[in-house]
Design a binder for this molecule. Structure first.
Ligand code: ARG
Length: 499
């Protein structure tokens, strides 16, 4: 008994994340503070938090998410500390406790040299790109009194500016420097404001806050912080350097040769150039594809399972008045799932229902499987209702039980009748999984997005991702067609059975 209680406590402790691991929430497109080096999150903030974990004798884990989720993550307990180049502001202080500051910095304007920035008046009424939820966002909203163009990251805002989608970008100086590095058409203004970065913890976690403060004081004093700043600034600069496949373009004056060369350069940059951990950038797509397939296939199976049960319960209730309670529960399930957007369901599962579950793949499978189950249930129910009631009567007359008749006679025919509609649902599900980036899971779509944010190249990453999805869907459609023909040629066809 004692043993069981102990085991239960350890499981609960492990689940609640307070046992052995210090979890850091961050948004890793912010060099040199946090950025992706291959699959790994590295940077000054990561080093600070790792030092805190070491001081507490805990293991360490960094979680990548959207910047506007970083502070909510510590408030909800999803993470222990947030370190993401977070500026201390009065508004944020109402919700979290801040450590002592570790850097003094500020925000700047990134502008095109062709349209030089002179003063803040010039920004009025212009399209200004910012990272959503940052102090730059607040600057445009509160000081310039206008709506900014919000992007998920500063590199994304810069790419939009290079593509002519906004006129200026406002961002913190260090990531801004990284953005303009190598972009000869862009330049930086002086500071618009002065800010200090600190680490955030949930209110009331005094011990943790004290450990963070001691660590920051120590790394400042012994020179580690200065070394990290120098090292990661150099490292992120190296990552940003554009690779060139060859110098042939210099000698090729024709536009076709130039276009071909730039395509090759782009291909090298997006897919072959090492992403920092030594593996080629294209690995983001390969690994992402694995995640997409894993989530989609498992969710389809889970959805089928749920769909079958709900469909049988509802059809049995509608036709014969069986299972009144289960039928009501199913109706509530269908109403809620079909009445709310998938993204919202995914976020609720991640932040609320499965808050303590670490595996994002598992969270995605459950969210998508439960969602798809509702749609599959309705498709299957239509299939069951399409079968002549005489079939059930015949089965029962032959002495089969209700469930056996359902399983052996009705369902196979029902599935065959609705296979095209089911296939459609599978395809929609497979493509819908591309929103898992919302919970910072790196699937195929997010993989392309990461390559785009690191290379500033939009065409190749997105077109390649689209092509891969297309091939997936076409393969899937082909397999379903085969299955359909197979079912038509086997016992699941009532017409052939009759003959
Ligand atoms: N310092 C700014 C703020 O706190 C921007 C921080 C963005 N950080 C990031 N990792 N993307 O609002």
């Amino acid at each position: 008994m004692k043993k069981a209680a102990f085991a239960l406590c350890s499981v609960l402790l492990a689940l609640s994340g307070i046992a052995g691991t210090l979890t850091m929430a961050t948004e890793a497109t912010f060099p040199p503070y946090e950025f992706l080096c291959g699959q790994e999150i590295v940077g000054i903030d990561v080093e600070i938090c790792r030092a805190v974990a070491r001081k507490l004798g805990k293991a360490f884990r960094a979680e990548n998410m959207d910047f506007d989720s970083v502070i909510p993550a510590v408030i909800s307990g999803k993470a222990d500390i947030a370190a993401s180049g977070i500026t201390i502001t009065e508004d944020r202080r109402k919700n979290v406790d801040f450590s002592i500051p570790y850097v003094t910095t500020g925000i700047v304007v990134i502008y095109r040299k062709a349209d030089p920035y002179k003063n803040a008046d010039q920004l009025k009424g212009k399209k200004i790109g910012v990272q959503s939820g940052t102090t730059s966002d607040a600057y445009v909203l509160e000081t310039l009194k206008q709506e900014p163009e919000r992007f998920k990251s500063t590199p994304e805002a810069c790419a939009a500016m290079l593509a002519g989608r906004c006129e200026f970008v406002i961002a913190d100086i260090d990531p801004a420097k990284n953005c303009v590095q190598g972009e000869t058409s862009l330049a930086l203004s002086g500071f618009l404001s002065s800010e200090s970065y600190a680490v955030a913890v949930a209110k009331g976690r005094q011990d943790l806050l004290a450990a963070v403060n001691d660590t920051i004081a120590a790394v400042k004093a012994d020179g580690r912080l200065a070394k990290w700043i120098a090292d990661y600034t150099a490292e992120s600069g190296r990552l940003k350097e554009k690779g060139s496949a060859s110098a042939a373009s210099v000698q090729s004056p024709s536009w076709l040769a130039t276009a071909w060369q730039s395509l090759r350069d782009d291909f090298y940059l997006c897919f072959l150039k090492p992403a920092g951990d030594g593996t080629p950038r294209g690995m983001y797509l390969v690994r992402g594809l694995g995640v997409t397939l894993h989530v989609a296939l498992a969710a389809i199976l889970l959805g089928l399972f749920i769909g079958f049960i709900v469909a049988v319960v509802r059809a049995s209730h509608d036709k014969y008045g069986y299972f009144p309670f289960l039928s009501t529960v199913s109706k509530i399930y269908l109403t809620i799932i079909r009445g709310t957007p998938m993204v919202v369901q995914l976020l609720i599962t991640y932040y609320i229902i499965l808050r303590t579950v670490d595996s994002k793949v598992l969270i995605a499978i459950l969210a998508f499987g439960i969602n798809s189950g509702a749609y599959q249930a309705e498709i299957l129910r239509a299939g069951i209702l399409s079968i002549d009631p005489g079939q059930m009567e015949a089965g029962r007359a032959l002495g089969l039980s209700y469930w056996r008749t359902m399983l052996k006679i009705i369902l196979p025919q029902a599935v065959r009748n609705v296979l095209p509609a089911l296939g459609n649902e599978f395809i929609v599900l497979m493509k819908d999984t591309s929103i898992v980036g919302y919970i910072a899971l790196i699937d195929l779509a997010k993989g392309g997005d990461i390559i785009r944010s690191q290379t500033y190249s939009v065409y190749l990453p997105y077109l390649t991702v689209a092509a891969i999805y297309l091939v997936l869907v076409m393969t899937f459609t082909w397999l379903l067609g085969k299955l359909e023909r197979h079912l038509r040629n086997t016992g699941a066809d009532p017409v052939r059975n009759d003959s």
